[in-house]
Write a protein that binds this ligand. Structure first.
Ligand code: AMP
Length: 490
């Protein structure tokens, strides 16, 4: 099918041609003609499928008729993060360049004065994050009763981020006679309930089964001791032909720690997370997009939906807590049919989280060994080995500037490769290595690992007294000196 067959105007078609798209993606094929008729849409599509153009292209045509009034936007697009909002506004600029639509971007962290000046001139398209929009609404700076088209994008992420009450309030401020386009990568029951509440007789469009990663992403999983994950990551990066990579951590704190660690080891790296000032986030992303930085260590929220052309790799430094996040994370690569590679590092205790991901994606993730490093089996018991305050990770210790000795000791234990490491990876298209999560095969590191677990978290087998290992000094015969012997006798 050709873009010409979708009912778009010559001005929009020209812009699409300028961008170089040859044919519409499945979501564009299905959604664009429906949106143009004014019907509501419930789109189940993940980022990377071309869903942004599936609503921006027809909206440009629909809004080309009519005029905007001061402080009364004619359409509203809600995005969960500033980065996504910025990306959508870039799309409008790109596709709307042969039309005269006005647009405003309302996101936190940017000057409110400037945003209000644009709003006062009247805008056709308002792209906003829920918090900043309500902030301006509550100050009486914006009126929402002229909104004719509402887009709720990445609804499941809005849910994860706790924005649903804000979204519900915003929807309550809009006129009921409007067109609503609702997109979500997954459709859990809460999202379905919202869709039922917000949409009228929507056309449901599902372009890929929910939570199925792009087929062009080769996936792999390495199971290593938690404290060796940074070393494993460095080896993977060196062994892979990494052009540019997103590296995901579960916690903002770990984003900073890993960023510092990679930089210290000479990698070109930057950090991106929600606690950073907006100006810094924008600057960091620009540097990454323009290949001035090769590795971007990020949290889920900051990196959600980022569209970075030709991203060669995604590394999950941590196994994501929500299985769906795995699909979103690795979906940053392998976009628009290109090839991408996604590695995940797991500690044995991440077994249940890995199993949840494999259940969601419907197949095992091929295991790989990081050359020169001990490779472990996943522990499916669900017990977590607690990393107490007294046992910080190597870089945490260093950043606190304390306790140099254990760090040095660890470094000595780390295997030092003489040559460039080799990674055995299995392409996911081929039969992946069998996963034996329930029945671990013996591995080099197991005896040591077992002992450590028993000490840290208690085991089923109770150890009586000193167990099998009575320290040698206790077994040694001790000759009591004569004077002491007397004292003992008295
Ligand atoms: P999205 O899912 O909207 O984040 O889009 C993912 C990527 O696909 C973006 O880089 C778009 O520029 C690109 N894209 C969108 N539509 C098409 C198309 N019809 N052909 C090729 N690439 C496209």
């Amino acid at each position: 099918m050709d873009f010409n067959e979708l009912g778009l105007s010559p001005a929009v078609l020209r812009a699409v041609q300028d961008v170089g798209y040859k044919e519409p993606t499945p979501i564009q094929r299905e959604a664009i003609p429906v949106v143009l008729t004014g019907r509501d849409v419930l789109g189940c599509a993940q980022t990377g499928t071309g869903k942004t153009a599936s609503f921006t292209l027809p909206m440009i045509d629909m809004l080309s008729q009519g005029r905007s009034r001061a402080r009364m936007p004619r359409s509203l697009i809600l995005e969960p993060t500033r980065e996504l909002a910025t990306q959508v506004s870039d799309n409008f600029e790109k596709y709307g360049k042969h039309t005269k639509l006005s647009m405003a971007l309302l996101i936190g962290g940017e000057s409110m004065d400037e945003q209000m000046r644009v709003l006062n001139r009247g805008v056709d398209v308002l792209i906003a994050t829920p918090g900043r929009l309500l902030d301006l609404y509550d100050r009486g700076k914006i009126l929402l009763n002229d909104v004719k088209v509402l887009v709720i994008d990445e609804a499941d992420r809005m849910l994860d981020m706790g924005f649903i009450p804000d979204v519900e309030r915003i929807v309550g401020l809009l006129p009921p006679s409007r067109q609503t386009l609702f997109f979500s990568a997954t459709m859990p029951p809460e999202i379905r309930r919202l869709a039922d509440a917000f949409l009228t007789n929507p056309k449901e469009i599902t372009v890929a089964p929910p939570a199925s990663p792009a087929l062009t992403v080769a996936q792999a999983l390495a199971v290593v001791p938690d404290e060796d994950k940074r070393e494993a990551l460095r080896r993977l990066i060196r062994a892979e032909n990494v052009k540019n990579a997103l590296i995901f951590c579960n916690r903002k704190k770990d984003v900073d720690i890993l960023h510092k660690s990679l930089s210290k080891h000479g990698f070109s790296a930057a950090a991106l997370h929600g606690d950073m000032p907006q100006a810094k986030r924008t600057e960091t992303l620009d540097a990454f997009r323009h290949d001035q930085v090769r590795l971007l260590v990020a949290s889920d929220v900051a990196a959600r939906g980022l569209d970075i052309a030709f991203l060669s790799h995604v590394f999950n430094f941590d196994v994501p807590i929500n299985a769906e996040d795995y699909v979103h994370r690795i979906g940053r690569t392998g976009r628009a049919g290109r090839e991408g590679r996604a590695f995940m590092l797991a500690a044995p205790e991440d077994g249940p989280a890995v199993a949840a991901i494999e259940k969601l994606i419907g197949k095992p993730i091929p295991r790989v060994e990081v050359d020169g490093m001990e490779s472990l089996e996943l522990d499916m018991s669900g017990r977590r080995r607690r990393r107490s305050r007294a046992q910080p990770r190597e870089d945490e210790r260093k950043s606190r500037g304390a306790d140099r000795k254990p760090a040095e000791k660890r470094r000595r234990r780390e295997p030092q490769p003489k040559e460039e490491p080799r990674i055995e990876t299995a392409a996911p298209a081929e039969a992946p290595a069998p996963v034996q999560a329930q029945a671990p095969r013996p591995s080099r590191a197991e005896p040591q690992r077992d002992n450590r677990r028993r000490k840290d978290e208690g085991d089923d087998k109770a150890v009586v007294g000193l167990g099998d290992h009575v320290p040698a000094f206790l077994m040694r015969t001790y000759k009591v000196p004569a004077r002491k012997a007397e004292a003992v006798e008295n």
